[in-house]
Design a protein around this ligand. Structure first.
Ligand code: SAM
Length: 226
């Protein structure tokens, strides 16, 4: 249950310096004397699983801070260890990625300020097939309000699944939300992240090995719909 992991009261209460020590030199800890801007997490991988996407994104965007959110204790511990091991064997690298154990369906606003994020990833989320369990899906009209809050205008939400019905569901929710707009195919071709949705995630690799199909929906956060 939630009592097993700490829940920050608000984003400023999250000890991001502990997650990204290289980006928070010790002098900056003395808040009174320091007026340098506090580095902010910009990408969030929701339900990050074993962390494959974060590891690939880390070297692609070495100056961007990114965090994975994962509900399962053992899995989040694994990701933590994986990142520490990568940092130890590649000095100076992988300092920009970290993970928190949390329930993203409840605590996104506790971690991110309004408009803080430029990318959010929902890759191969659990399908929750039965109709009575649809309320457990990580993409819903209600939760999209929270994701729209955390994303900056122009920010991107990436979703992918191998379950066609869930793919249709995520796309429909996004299409019906007033603060998201589908990204045209041409723009997707220019985005180096798109290819990683399948090649870098553990679930995507599994689907590729089995020759399965995937269904993507990529939407941009907009100020309002025309
Ligand atoms: N995104 C990864 C990938 O593509 O390889 C993992 C996909 S896995 C099928 C879905 C993950 O979401 C699981 O690791 C699960 O524990 C996590 N998850 C499910 N509900 C969650 C929630 N409410 N908050 C955070 N993580 C959640």
């Amino acid at each position: 249950s939630d009592s097993h992991f700490p829940i920050p009261i608000c984003p400023s209460e999250v000890d991001y310096a502990q997650h990204f020590p290289h980006f928070f030199p010790s002098v900056m800890c003395d808040q009174d004397k320091c007026d340098a801007p506090v580095p902010k997490v910009r990408f969030a991988d929701i339900g990050c699983g074993f962390g494959g996407l974060l590891v690939s994104l880390s070297t692609l965007f070495p100056d961007v801070l990114m965090i994975g959110m994962e509900l399962r204790d053992k899995v989040s511990e694994y990701v933590k260890e994986r990142i520490l091991a990568l940092r130890a064997s590649n000095p100076g690298q992988y300092e920009n990625i970290s993970v928190v154990r949390t329930n993203s369906m409840k605590y996104i606003p506790n971690y991110f300020e309004k408009g803080q994020l430029s990318k959010m990833f929902f890759l191969f989320p659990d399908p929750h097939f039965k109709e009575k369990n649809h309320r457990r899906r990580v993409i819903s009209i209600q939760l999209l309000d929270e994701y729209a809050y955390a994303l900056e205008v122009g920010g991107i939400i990436y979703t992918i699944t191998d379950v066609e019905e869930l793919g249709d569901w995520m796309r429909t929710c996004l299409e019906n939300h007033p603060l998201f707009e589908a990204i045209p195919e041409e723009d997707l071709k220019a985005d180096p992240v798109v290819e990683l949705l399948t090649s870098a995630t553990e679930e995507g690799q599994k689907v590729a090995r089995n020759g399965g199909q995937t269904f993507k929906a990529l939407f941009r956060r907009i100020a309002f719909k025309e």
